[in-house]
Design a protein around this ligand. Structure first.
Ligand code: 58G
Length: 214
């Protein structure tokens, strides 16, 4: 999967991508992430990328020119859909991630301030996606959430220890209804892991798990 991220704050992605399993996916070339700093496309002498909204109102909007030019540049190397991360978008779900993981390329547009000029959305955005019903200061966290969720679904991204093959998505999402999990040590500050799980008696373990379903 090739992601191109358009943002005013590409550095926000560094620490997240420098760690964790996403770093490994990048190193193994299972995913590629390009960043375009929207400010680099501003033709304003002070590299301005925002202005007051027509009709008045609080806050600033990202202007058309840097966004049109940044998206045009992104499209030279990335033929995927342009996704705008916005609280007005359609809610991102595991099913949506599964569908998007079948794409080869995606362009992720991160807004700041009070959002972007509607003409960018009308002309250049293919889809508006929201990670939930709350407003953030920028689209960068939602973009990272899409990258993370989609990347872990790609072949060979998860190691065996995190494999989603053996445990289905529906199971993960229904974890509330799943049995409780325990790992070492057997006793932690006097709290014992259930005896039956240490017994090696598979039939009894299965019965215990069945009866502990919430
Ligand atoms: C209102 C306010 C509309 C995504 C700000 C648009 C992005 C939440 C989500 C914005 C976001 C989400 C500017 C800052 C989008 C722009 C960005 N907030 N729920 N904020 O996915």
């Amino acid at each position: 999967m090739h992601f191109t991220v358009l943002t005013l704050f590409p550095n926000l992605f560094d620490s997240y991508l420098a760690d964790s399993i996403i770093k490994r996916a990048l190193d193994k070339n299972l995913i590629k992430i390009d960043f375009l700093n929207i400010r680099d496309f501003s033709q304003d002498k002070h590299k301005k990328v925002d202005d007051n909204p027509y009709g008045g109102g609080a806050g600033m909007l990202m202007t058309c020119q840097p966004l049109f030019d940044a998206i045009k540049e992104a499209k030279k190397k990335n033929k995927g859909k342009v996704i705008y991360l916005s609280p007005k978008g359609k809610t991102f779900t595991q099913s949506k991630a599964e569908r998007m993981s079948k794409d080869k390329e995606l362009i992720l547009l991160c807004g700041r301030y009070e959002g972007i000029d509607q003409r960018v959305i009308d002309k250049l955005v293919d889809e508006e996606i929201s990670i939930g019903k709350y407003v953030l200061t920028g689209g960068e966290l939602p973009a990272m959430i899409l990258i993370d969720t989609i990347s872990r679904l790609l072949p060979n991204v998860l190691g065996n220890e995190y494999s989603h093959e053996e445990e289905s998505f529906s199971k993960i999402l229904n974890r509330k209804k799943e049995y409780p999990h325990y790992t070492k040590p057997e006793i932690y500050e006097g709290l014992k892991a259930p005896e039956v799980l240490l017994s090696g008696h598979h039939k009894k373990i299965k019965e215990w798990r069945k009866k502990t379903l919430l």
